[in-house]
Design a protein around this ligand. Structure first.
Ligand code: NZQ
Ligand code: ZN
Length: 385
């Protein structure tokens, strides 16, 4: 295990009805809040009104920014940052999925930056301070509710960039699994695929972390078990609760610290979203099994066999290549069971931009579990067509 410093300061308020505490939580940080939300799901299911009621009771004044896009745009970040600066906002409260929370985090960071918010997306070392963020999660997927990251898109330049800063980790998050009962089958499948992908990105790394890997396997088994249940029974509390807490744990750094980790599938997917605005989890579900097939070799087969035995309960006495191939097959079948596409054509992507996307995605993949060049990435995209 390599050295690390453990610090996950996000206060978690988990369970039914925790929204009633939002006023007292927010009051600790100030009296003026900016509530940030997306296309309106939180209006329709009443979460926004509840939050506003409890904030008002606690004496917290609220302004609102609506319309955060899935794959949030830097233009929306700028709108929010301007409000924060003009109105001296003390606390930013995103209510929604990962897109809303990510947008709010970068709004909160941009509020303390004099220039264009895109500057800090490209270079987060420019972040000096971040207004406290309290997230109210409504979709189990990205883990943004408990991590330091945000992913912002610039559709003018076809860039989708992930940035991280310790100060962007929410100071508190309300995780009420009942809020995810209204998430439709497709978004539930995409969210579950995203959680699985986060764990796999960390699991398949070039370094041992015995404890981390066993925890990763336990989380994978949990998510695999409950993902399909949540699709069949949208208001199954245990399924939604297990997915929600797993989504936070998949990426809150617990699995990562102590291991050298460099992600592979996410950079490849972000290019698809940047150019074609597709749903993140669907892109990951398409690419992951093809990537697995592509990197399976004498060097990697033991890890894939371990994955097959410990996650998919494949007979450990079988030949290790057979176990690995069976595990990859089961991974694909599971994404299918979640209702995810398995080819790029299904999400409207053809071969026109493969070169440019492969070139951009491959920057930084030299340290990945298996180092990939632009040519390798293009081959994986071609397998996925
Ligand atoms: O906009 P509204 O009306 O709220 O509808 C949303 C949106 O259309 C809807 N939704 C959310 N909660 C709902 C609901 N519909 C009904 N009931 C509810 N309770 O779901 C749709 C998708 O929402 P979005 O926030 O875009 O989904 P997700 O949480 O999957 O976030 C995806 C974004 O996060 C980034 C992705 O790249 C993508 O931009 N990621 C962020 C990460 C992070 N911060 O660490 C890591 C991830 O790997 C990922 O890259
Ligand atoms: Zn993801």
């Amino acid at each position: 295990m390599i050295n690390f410093t453990y610090s996950i300061p996000t206060e978690i308020w988990f369970g039914k009805g925790q929204i009633k505490n939002i006023g007292s939580i927010a009051k600790k940080y100030g009296k003026k809040a900016l509530i940030v939300y997306g296309g309106g799901s939180v209006k329709r299911n009443g979460i926004l009104d509840d939050a506003k009621k409890y904030l008002a009771e606690a004496g917290v004044d609220c302004l609102e920014l609506s319309g955060v896009e899935p794959n949030p745009r830097v233009t929306t970040v700028k709108k929010g940052a301007d409000i924060c600066k003009q109105e001296n906002i003390d606390v930013v409260i995103p209510i929604g999925g990962g897109s809303t929370i990510d947008c709010a985090k970068v709004i909160a960071a941009s509020a303390h930056y004099g220039g264009d918010p895109w500057d800090i997306v490209v270079d987060p070392s420019k972040i000096t301070d971040v207004t406290p963020v309290i997230s109210v999660l409504t979709l189990s997927a990205t883990g943004s509710e408990m991590d330091t990251f945000a992913v912002i898109s610039n559709m003018e330049t076809n860039d989708k960039i992930g940035l991280g800063h310790p100060k962007m980790r929410p100071v508190a998050s309300i995780l009420d699994p009942t809020y995810t009962f209204t998430v439709n089958k497709f978004q539930t499948g995409a969210g579950t695929s995203d959680i699985i992908s986060h764990i796999l990105e960390i699991y398949f790394s070039n370094g041992e972390g015995y404890m981390q890997d066993r925890m990763a396997e336990a989380l994978l088994k949990t998510v695999i078990h409950f993902g399909v249940i949540a699709i069949d029974e949208p208001d199954n509390y245990e399924a939604r609760a297990n997915l929600m807490w797993s989504s936070s744990w998949a990426i809150n750094d617990t699995l990562t610290w102590g291991k050298p980790v460099a992600w592979t599938i996410h950079p490849m997917e972000h290019e698809l979203s940047a150019y074609y605005d597709i749903t993140h989890g669907a892109g990951l579900a398409i690419l992951t099994p093809y990537w697995m097939e592509y990197v399976l070799s004498d060097k990697t087969v033991d890890k894939f066999a371990q994955y097959g035995v410990n996650v998919w309960d494949i007979d450990k006495n079988m030949d290790k290549y057979d176990i690995a191939k069976e595990a990859i097959k089961k991974t694909r079948e599971y994404f299918n069971a979640l209702g995810m596409p398995s080819t790029l054509h299904e999400v409207g992507i053809d071969d026109k931009l493969l070169d440019v996307m492969a070139k951009k995605a491959s920057a930084g993949l030299e340290d990945a579990f298996v180092a990939l060049t632009a040519e390798d990435v293009k081959k994986i995209y071609e397998m996925a067509l």
